[in-house]
Design a protein around this ligand. Structure first.
Ligand code: AMP
Length: 221
């Protein structure tokens, strides 16, 4: 299964992605996570990405595409993948088409997480993440057992620098300008399946799963 998950920042892509990757046994490739890992170790990619990410800007296409190209060469991505946060621009989408056609494979489906804007802002500004394992929490809806501490690994929770109210508005504007048009790009290819980005994510997955399976089967013929 070769999939993309799209939607505005805070639309619940990460939570849906963790269900999808378990269900289809495919690697979850989040370019945001890859950049944050690179920033932690201050690699050249990390140092470049940091300048953009902290301002809520997109990392330049050539840096992002190179990172994705390398990741797609790894063994675990040979039989499927789920991209989360990639592509975010038309150039990235076209680059992905080229990479996949060189491998003689096609995308099966693009899941579009839909949610309204007020809920997005509430979600993002209350989000806290584990400083070590990247697990997600929320100050109102998904509290850890001990305030400020990750249930999974015991490390401190932090607010991402790009989750402050001002940066959130900018990220949403960047999304609407650069990434939203990609939905039409994939709709024209008949690949988009809309999923609810609110309410119970597992239920939302169960609603779309039969369609995802059917699209995959169709592509195999
Ligand atoms: P995310 O965790 O997906 O919200 O990504 C966090 C930040 O990483 C974004 O706001 C961008 O600055 C950067 N980023 C992640 N993926 C991409 C991408 N495909 N293209 C450009 N920048 C990206």
């Amino acid at each position: 299964m070769r999939m993309l998950i799209m939607g505005a920042p805070g639309a619940g892509k990460g939570t849906m992605a963790s269900i999808i990757k378990e269900f289809y046994h495919i690697p979850h490739i989040s370019t945001g996570d890859m950049f944050r890992e690179a920033m932690k170790i201050s690699s050249p990619v990390g140092l470049t990405a940091k300048q953009y990410i902290e301002k809520g800007e997109l990392v330049p296409d050539e840096v992002t595409i190179r990172l994705v190209e390398e990741r797609l060469r790894e063994e675990d991505a040979q039989h499927g993948f789920l991209f989360d946060g990639f592509p975010r621009t038309l150039s990235q989408a076209q680059a992905l088409d080229t990479i996949l056609s060189l491998q003689n494979v096609k995308l099966d489906v693009v899941v579009d997480m839909r949610i309204d804007r007020d809920l997005l802002i509430k979600r993002l500004s209350g989000r806290r993440v584990c400083s070590q394992c990247n697990a997600n929490y929320h100050i109102e809806n998904l509290k850890p057992k001990v305030e400020g501490i990750c249930d999974r690994c015991g490390s401190p929770l932090i607010q991402r620098k790009d989750d402050t109210e001002e940066t959130i508005h900018h990220r949403l504007a960047v999304y609407e300008e650069n990434t939203l048009p990609l939905i039409a790009y994939y709709e024209a290819k008949g690949l988009v399946v809309a999923a609810k980005g609110y309410g119970n994510t597992y239920q939302s997955f169960c609603e779309i799963e039969p369609i995802l399976g059917a699209m995959h089967d169709y592509n195999q013929k």
